[in-house]
Design a protein around this ligand. Structure first.
Ligand code: MG
Length: 254
């Protein structure tokens, strides 16, 4: 009898990670709100005010080697990685902020102790530039004392490998969705961060990843119906969304 109770308890404990609620990551910050814009400093501030787990942002380096926070490869006809920082610095985001450098952005994070950084390194033209942006990013994170609060994500397998080499204790997740959880485990990085369609196409990957001890993030899940679907999916640790406020409401009502 006692043994069967212990077995039930053990089964419950083992299933807890699968039952836990997912954490909320604001995609490019919380920008679908007044006064905000994608990848702006206001978007981090508004994500922090929501009291959610993390805020994601995208990083490029300019032609002259300045890391900046922006999503698109091309802005008003100017390719970020081919442009000088001085030619970009006076451009404004949708909420009137100037394009933030990574240093300015991280300095703001350092003053905001309640939110985790989900740092996406964009894929640049050459391996040399991919290594350069990765090394500069990790160095700045360390200099500002943010190492324990920063997770890294990248579409480039090479960038994930460089991250694993230079900051092996950090959470590092691969974004492209074309590698199985087993392959990710073999690379030695800590997680998958895949498009929502990948988890529909491979319905066992979230659970397989958990069984391998990987962290599972899904992007970009928007709208009430999809948010509810992924909030209920076993094995999902984090949901990256443009609607962090909606997801927060859904999870609070559960
Ligand atoms: Mg991104």
């Amino acid at each position: 009898m006692k043994r069967s109770i212990l077995l039930v308890l053990a089964a419950l404990l083992l299933s807890l990670p699968l039952l836990a609620q997912p954490k909320i990551v604001a995609h490019r910050g919380f920008w679908r709100t007044a006064g905000s814009a994608q990848n702006s400093i206001a978007a981090v501030q508004k994500a922090a005010e929501l009291g959610i787990y993390g805020s994601e942002f995208d990083v490029w380096i300019t032609a002259d080697g300045v890391p900046v926070v922006f999503h698109d490869a091309v802005w008003d006809g100017m390719r970020i990685e081919d442009s000088k920082y001085t030619d970009l610095m006076n451009k404004r985001l949708g909420n009137g902020e100037f394009l933030p450098t990574l240093q300015q952005y991280l300095q703001y994070f350092a003053k905001t102790p309640y939110i985790r950084l989900i740092f996406e390194i964009k894929t640049h033209k050459t391996p040399e530039r991919n290594r350069a942006v990765t090394e500069m990013g990790v160095k700045l994170v360390r200099e500002l004392g943010l190492e324990n609060r920063t997770d890294y994500i990248a579409f480039s397998k090479y960038v994930c490998e460089v991250l694993h080499e230079i900051t092996p204790k950090s959470n590092i997740a691969y974004l492209s969705g074309d590698l199985s959880p087993q392959k990710i485990k073999e690379m030695g990085i800590s997680g998958i961060d895949y498009n929502h369609k990948v988890f529909i196409e491979h319905p066992n990957w979230a659970k397989q990843a958990k069984a391998l001890g990987l962290e599972v993030n899904v992007w970009t899940v928007d709208g009430e119906e999809d948010l509810k679907k992924f909030a209920a999916m076993p094995g999902i640790d984090l949901i990256t969304t443009n609607d962090p406020d909606k997801l927060k409401d859904i999870l609070e009502k559960k």
